[in-house]
Design a protein around this ligand. Structure first.
Ligand code: PSU
Ligand code: MN
Length: 303
């Protein structure tokens, strides 16, 4: 695969310096302009301050790119770019499209380029009322060995079924200083995770153990949204129910479901959901950087 890797990322890879991958579907489909660029720059700044290199991954002129530059980020943020999951990669390449990569596509490209740690907001999962609608993020977690730091799966999803899928496919689900699976906007879902971890060293050790066993799966690290920006479940649930009913009534399907639901929630919650989303993204960036720094300091883990 022809992957474009920026000079800065290339140098970091060569020296074994810590790197944190970031997705770009967040830029093209998660937030509106200019909030999309602002949150990306904030995450990048947090990662640099913690001693790691941020690398935004996306598709520019059809080419998978690791470490998009400012001009490319601006382009993705403002232009009509497509949402690119794994199955969209071939057509994007053929047509020279610009696109924002989802968790699934970002994982795949990060791993191919030799990156190990990736920070995002919430992973996709099994949809509520539509157990046949399963995000490509889940099979990617089952087959792509990277660490994904998230705030759980988006609360618009069927969380129990999402966790069942991860269990079936052998994906360890770690709780960052929590024993409950976070529900994106809310800190707790009440659903049990696999293993509680209290720091980056524990995550790096589990990841190294996974690699020593040559297992194919990724490692999911779930961190609750910071308490001050949490939306309690009883407040967000009615809004989610409304957004889901609208999607159903309008017959929206396929890849458009998730972006539509998230945008509706921002409108319905009076931007509160956007604030929670931004807060958890900054938090996940900070945690991912700590994990990347820890991982880079363990030479055995890099082989
Ligand atoms: N989390 C967010 N905003 C988003 C997404 C996740 O806070 O926009 C995106 C991610 O890129 C994720 C995708 O991979 O939604 C999942 O889409 P789908 O359900 O169509 O697989
Ligand atoms: Mn889907």
């Amino acid at each position: 695969m022809t992957i474009i890797i920026s000079d800065e990322v290339r140098a970091a890879l060569k020296s074994g310096a810590p790197i944190v991958a970031l997705e770009s579907a967040l830029i093209t489909h998660g937030f509106a302009y200019p909030a999309n660029l602002e949150i990306t720059h904030q995450m990048a700044g947090i990662i640099r301050a913690a001693g790691a290199l941020p690398a935004v991954i996306g598709i520019w002129e059809g080419r998978p790119t690791i470490g998009l530059n400012d001009m490319q980020l601006e382009g993705l943020a403002q232009e009509a770019a497509v949402k690119i999951s794994i199955r969209d990669l071939p057509l994007a390449r053929l047509r020279g499209l610009h696109g924002g990569t989802t968790v699934a596509a970002t994982m795949l490209l990060a791993q191919r380029a030799g990156l190990h740690v990736f920070a995002t907001g919430g992973i996709g999962g099994v949809h509520r009322g539509h157990p046949e609608d399963i995000s490509a993020d889940l099979p990617a977690l089952a087959t792509v060995p990277v660490i994904v730091v998230c705030a759980g799966a988006k609360a618009i999803l069927d969380l129990p079924r999402t966790l069942e899928f991860l269990e079936t496919w052998g994906v360890p689900v770690l709780g960052w200083q929590t024993a409950s699976f976070p529900a994106f906007y809310s800190r707790e879902s009440g659903l049990a995770i696999d293993q509680r971890v209290s720091n980056a060293a524990e995550v790096a050790a589990i990841y190294a153990s996974q690699r020593a066993l040559e297992l194919p799966q990724g490692l999911l690290v779930t961190a609750p949204v910071p308490a001050e920006d949490e939306i309690p479940a009883q407040e967000i649930e009615p809004l989610i129910a409304q957004a889901l009913a609208e999607v159903e009534a309008q017959g929206i399907s396929g890849k458009h479901v998730t972006p539509h639901l998230l945008a509706r929630l921002v409108t319905l919650s009076g931007a509160r959901s956007r604030r929670a989303n931004e807060s958890l993204l900054r938090n996940n960036a900070r945690i991912a950087a700590q994990i990347a720094v820890q991982f880079a300091s363990q030479p055995a883990a890099q082989s």
